[in-house]
Design a protein around this ligand. Structure first.
Ligand code: GRF
Length: 204
């Protein structure tokens, strides 16, 4: 499968995918990354892509007259690489109708909380503030809501008394990176179907 990965920050989830594909080989893993897109310049995620010799593209909201124009530009830039799956790995923008009409059903996001709890841009902070004893991460298909699409896989992380947001987020990311690599590989190798809110993964 051809993957386009979208990033907005440090790109450690992207790096985990790059490392897994390099280690296992794209055929065994079932996918290769063909391009990396971002909503901003100057982020480590783009440096990681460039270091891996991958094409990159940046589409900044501020460069477009309307949000819809940005959404269309992002969709067109992504479509140019003919992806089978698009992976949002810390991509911090909500895509719109155009992007979803083209990639809905094959657009996956990773979120650092156990959805439906704590959606949105501060899932780790919100879980910590709420006082939960366990949190975790979720890989899900993106729909027209915010972190509301059908759930594919989840991982659990214990919250410690000593945790602050960054310590907890780092520990979540250790689980999240493995979950994303495992989930994307399975989707790519074995296929899947979405029935309402349920995701049925294919098997060997
Ligand atoms: C990840 O935890 C992702 O779930 C959240 O932001 C973080 C991005 O980390 N939205 P990285 O850019 O992959 O290192």
């Amino acid at each position: 499968a051809r993957l386009v990965v979208l990033v907005s920050g440090s790109g450690t989830n992207l790096q985990a995918l790059l490392d897994a594909i390099a280690e296992r080989g794209p055929d065994a893993y079932g996918a290769r990354i063909v391009a990396v897109g971002a909503d901003r310049d100057g982020i480590a995620g783009l440096e990681r892509a460039e270091r891996a010799g991958l094409p990159t593209f940046v589409r900044r909201v501020g460069d477009h007259d309307t949000r819809d124009a940005w959404d269309r530009a992002l969709a067109e830039a992504t479509a140019a690489y003919e992806p089978d799956l698009v992976v949002s790995a810390g991509f911090m923008k909500i895509v719109g109708k155009e992007f979803l009409s083209r990639f809905g059903g094959r657009f996956v996001n990773t979120h650092p909380a156990l959805l439906p709890s704590f959606p949105g841009a501060h899932g780790v902070r919100d879980a910590l503030a709420y006082g939960v004893k366990v949190t975790g991460c979720t890989v899900h298909f993106v729909d027209d809501g915010v972190d509301t699409g059908p759930i594919i896989a989840q991982g659990v992380v214990e919250v410690r008394e000593t945790d602050d947001e960054s310590a907890l987020h780092e520990r979540i990311k250790e689980v999240e990176r493995r979950l994303l690599v495992d989930t994307v590989g399975r989707l790519a190798r074995h296929g899947y179907r979405i029935e309402g809110r349920k995701v049925i993964l294919g098997h060997d």
